[in-house]
Design a binder for this molecule. Structure first.
Ligand code: SF4
Length: 473
């Protein structure tokens, strides 16, 4: 996928001013949040389950080399071929080789974010093959001239039903449908023919299980099941970090993944695929390949951001992020948006290409609180900010401002005086409306919205007044 993360500020600014997008984001805002909250109530002990999930993912990462070897051995024992890709380009090379070897003309795909990293669809087409995305969201984006995904579990969440209606009518050449069920039926009709005629299916992988050499796929549409079992060749592509030691570990993680992602206690389809189709078996691919992708992950594992690799791609951090909710996923400019994307993008493609992403957070810790595997997202963002500060990667005025703030904050009396002056000034700027329309040095804040004027007194002054009114000392 083309990297545009260096244009984060401009993209966020444009998206804030895009009325259609803002309307679409408003409609989904809070939907996932409420559903997640309700579904977690079903668990006896959410915190203990989160802790168990954290421990499982950490155990896998702590001995990743060993678990990967065990996975490779067990997958091979069941007839699969295991391939390794050090770079995104190597993923494409492997896929094209496999396609050539098996005489593949048409490929169907279920959702795979790793394949977005290498722009696999484009590579297949450039080599003369045909590729069809079967996840409804990915299909919508593909027929819209390969629009990039904006969310890791709902790639087309930024689009309204009306936009999809127009797109289907234009691309399929059918009368415009307006109901969601009708639109889904239309997509199903188009996709069914491809399932039956494709020679190769490509999937991602939610988990790769070391003890059995299996890939676990969690979906709601059933497209992954058809994609991986109808064609004669199946390729499962995943980052090396997706390994988990045992099926029992998967069972624990599955208590949290669908709940955190869509607020379901279980997804509609959970496929555990192990090896090639056996003697007398009806379902399954005749040739099964795993492509395990590094593409920057081993570097992250060796560094101070390693906890980010625990991610199970549930999307909860972006669903709860006030920044993501307002600027949408495309602003982030690469495959992974939201808080986890602001960590993974600089980690995978280089911090110099994603300078503003670690700043794209209020550090409110909503993301850290909801992450099912307890990734301390704000801490990792802060580590990236430190790297930028120490590496002189931020503009001089920002670094000077931080130095000035640090100097002031370590002198309590002076700090108290400066904040007293600051809040009074801001209060005065709010005028009768109590709204600040334009903030000097803070236009990024006030360009898209007004800032409520503060009370005109500092927190300490207000607390002291309150105590006094209660007669406390
Ligand atoms: S960082 Fe945590 S909350 Fe965000 S997608 Fe990954 S697992 Fe989910």
């Amino acid at each position: 996928m083309q990297i545009a993360s260096m244009h984060f500020k401009e993209r966020a600014h444009d998206n804030m001013g895009n009325a259609q997008l803002q309307g679409n984001l408003q409609k989904i805002k809070g939907k996932f949040v409420a559903k997640r909250r309700a579904s977690l109530f079903e668990l006896d002990d959410v915190e203990a389950t989160r802790e168990a999930a954290r421990a499982i993912r950490q155990r896998a990462l702590d001995r990743l080399d060993v678990w990967l070897e065990i996975f490779e051995r067990n997958a091979k024992a069941r007839g699969a071929t295991v391939l390794w890709a050090e770079t995104p380009d190597e993923v494409n090379e492997h896929v094209l080789d496999i396609a050539k070897r098996h005489g593949v003309r048409k490929t169907i795909k279920s959702k795979s974010m790793v394949s977005e990293e290498s722009a696999l669809d484009r590579a297949i087409e450039a080599a003369g093959g045909q590729v069809v995305e079967t996840d409804l969201g990915e299909y919508i984006l593909q027929i819209n001239d390969y629009e990039p995904p904006s969310h890791i579990i709902g790639p087309a969440l930024h689009k309204s039903k009306e936009e999809v209606s127009d797109l289907f009518a234009k691309v399929h050449g059918t009368p415009r449908k307006t109901g969601i069920a009708e639109l889904c039926l239309e997509a199903r009709g188009v996709l069914r023919a491809h399932y039956l005629t494709a020679e190769m299916g490509i999937s991602g992988g939610n988990f790769f299980v070391a003890e059995t050499g299996s890939v676990v796929l969690v979906t709601n549409e059933g497209n992954a099941t058809l994609t991986t079992t109808l064609p004669k060749v199946h390729i499962a592509i995943s980052g090396i970090e997706k390994i988990v030691p045992t099926l029992e570990d998967v069972a624990t993680l599955m208590r949290l993944l669908p709940r955190s992602a869509t607020g379901q206690s279980i997804s509609n389809y959970v496929d555990v695929l192990t090896g090639v189709k056996g003697e007398g078996e009806f379902n399954g691919a005749e040739h099964m390949y795993f492509i395990l992708v590094d593409a920057g992950r081993s570097g992250v594992l060796a560094g101070e951001l390693r906890e980010a690799l625990r991610c199970i791609r549930c999307g909860a951090c972006m669903n709860h992020c006030p920044v993501y909710q307002n600027i949408g996923g495309h602003s982030y400019g690469w495959v992974y948006p939201g808080p986890i994307g602001s960590i993974l993008t600089p980690a995978y493609i280089g911090i110099e290409k994603a300078l503003d992403l670690p700043q794209a957070s209020t550090l409110c810790n909503q993301c850290g609180v909801v992450c099912p595997v307890k990734i301390p997202l704000p801490d990792l963002l802060r580590k990236l900010r430190e790297q930028q500060f120490e590496g002189h990667m931020r503009p001089w005025h920002e670094r000077a401002g931080l130095r000035a703030w640090s100097w002031l904050a370590s002198r309590p009396a002076l700090y108290a005086m400066a904040t007293r002056i600051g809040v009074r000034l801001l209060s005065w700027m709010g005028g009768r409306e109590r709204l600040i329309h334009r903030l000097p040095l803070g236009s990024g804040w006030t360009d898209g919205r007004d800032m409520p004027a503060p009370a005109g007194k500092t927190f300490r002054e207000l607390a002291a007044l309150r105590k006094k009114s209660r007669g406390e000392r």
